[in-house]
Design a protein around this ligand. Structure first.
Ligand SMILES: Nc1ncnc2c1ncn2[C@@H]1O[C@H](COP(=O)(O)OP(=O)(O)O)[C@@H](O)[C@H]1O
Ligand SMILES: [Mg+2]
Length: 149
């Protein structure tokens, strides 16, 4: 597939984490992804959406936007919230850092996103919200991995 785009706004409640995972896996299907590739993207999206719900909106709800595009075999996904924002992005991205240790957070969300995707950018403004931009190249039909269809 040469080009595709989508955008989805949904309420930031835990029920919509699974919904967001399903949407992104459906969106990448035309790329003939391997099971591993799908799982990587679903996991990364899940971490970003969870962060928007728990940290961005502090569990109070708000609109989370997911935008994705495909250019050739490159997927770019953005997860945006209009929540509290991140004061120190460098610290937030550190492995094991969490601002909510009391909630048994692992502090590994950004590390997971970084390792399962090819690139990760974080833009944030205090009181304005956060945008996570991730991209991944799909090797698709050329890969040796197990395919879904
Ligand atoms: N969308 C967001 N809005 C505000 N803060 C965020 C957001 N995403 C991440 N953070 C901050 O970055 C920290 C690290 O995130 P992460 O690596 O996913 O660990 P965890 O979610 O387990 O705390 C969070 O504890 C939080 O302080
Ligand atoms: Mg997290």
């Amino acid at each position: 597939m040469q080009k595709n785009e989508m955008r989805l706004d949904f309420l930031g409640i835990p029920e919509n984490e699974a919904f967001a995972r399903m949407v992104i896996s459906g969106f990448v299907m035309p790329l003939d992804p391997t099971v591993d590739e799908i799982n990587d993207v679903k996991t990364a999206v899940s971490e970003a959406v969870t962060n928007a719900i728990i940290h961005g909106y502090e569990g109070k709800g708000g609109i989370v936007r997911m935008a994705a595009k495909i250019e050739d075999n490159l997927l770019t996904v953005e997860i945006m919230d209009a929540g509290v924002g991140i004061g120190d992005i460098r610290q937030a991205r550190e492995a094991l850092y969490t601002s909510k240790p009391d909630m048994e957070r692992s502090g590994m969300g950004f590390t997971v996103m970084e390792s399962f995707m090819d690139s990760l950018e974080v833009e944030s403004n205090i009181g304005r919200g956060t945008t996570i931009r991730m991209s991944k190249k799909f090797t698709g039909a050329d890969a040796d991995g197990e395919h879904t269809q």
